[in-house]
Design a binder for this molecule. Structure first.
Ligand SMILES: [Zn+2]
Length: 261
């Protein structure tokens, strides 16, 4: 059984209760934290977890809503009794520059301890995260200064795919191909006012998410990173995605769990 817990689902400035995007992927004995925004300690506590429960961290890019919690996450080991497992932390090479600076600027006086750091190229790449989990990443289209890696986790025959933050980008099809669950940037909408077309150079719309899910033949679609302008109208964005994609679509709430069996 694969469990995806939506720790947070909001945009950079999230709606009340949504907090910033972060997910906990539990499968094959691993507990993988995807992204590490400023509320990460509270987000983990809200679902009964601590950083010490996490075996792997993947950070998609260095924008604050996805990475600002990294020093606080890492601080946990400095202030906890010794003996806790430390996680493998995976991020793109460019993102690592910022993660190391964040730590240095926040708690650089604290002696280092062993985090296993994996730096991925900003080009299509695959690694075995565990003997049973294959991670493939692709550069997405979002920011020139803060490159984003989208991710595809293959766990046995199952696939969980995360676009991260991205505008329309062909690599979404690569990572989402046949996915059992596609978790997709849906920052704005075409059919729900206000139409924030200014966001289209940085993010996808709900319609884009539906089109990619359909083209990639994903089995299920979750809309995330929905902008605060659409608070209370998530169902309208779900309806927009459904115009393109016939499979199940939802806009999960923070704390919601999707199980893939
Ligand atoms: Zn971003």
């Amino acid at each position: 059984m694969i469990r995806v817990t939506f720790l947070g689902v909001g945009a950079a400035l999230p709606s009340p209760g949504k907090t910033n995007c972060a997910y906990l992927l539990e499968a094959d004995g691993a507990r993988i934290l995807f992204d590490c925004g400023p509320a990460i300690l509270q987000q983990l506590a809200a679902v009964g977890r601590t950083p010490g429960d996490i075996t792997h961290v993947f950070i998609s890019h260095a924008h604050g809503d996805h990475a600002l919690g990294y020093p606080m996450f890492r601080l946990w080991w400095s202030l906890s009794p010794p003996g806790w497992l430390t996680p493998v932390v995976v991020a793109g090479e460019a993102t690592w520059t910022h993660l190391r600076a964040l730590w240095a600027h926040c708690y650089g006086e604290i002696p280092g301890f062993a985090f296993h750091e994996v730096a991925l190229p900003e080009s299509p790449h695959s690694i075995d995260l565990t003997p049973g989990i294959r991670l493939s990443t692709w550069p997405m289209r979002h920011s020139t200064m803060f490159p984003v890696l989208g991710a595809r986790f293959e766990i046995g025959q199952k696939v969980i795919a995360f676009t991260g933050d991205t505008a329309r980008c062909d690599h979404i099809l690569d990572l989402a191909r046949g996915a059992d669950l596609l978790i997709a940037d849906s920052r704005y909408a075409h059919t729900v006012p206000p139409e924030r077309l200014d966001q289209s150079q940085y993010h996808c719309s709900a319609q884009d998410a539906g089109e990619y899910a359909m083209q990639a033949q994903a089995k299920r679609l979750a809309l995330v990173h929905i902008g605060p302008e659409y608070q209370g109208r998530q169902a309208d964005l779900v309806a927009e995605a459904r115009r393109a994609f016939a499979g199940p679509v939802s806009a999960p709430e923070a704390g919601e769990v999707i199980e893939i069996g």
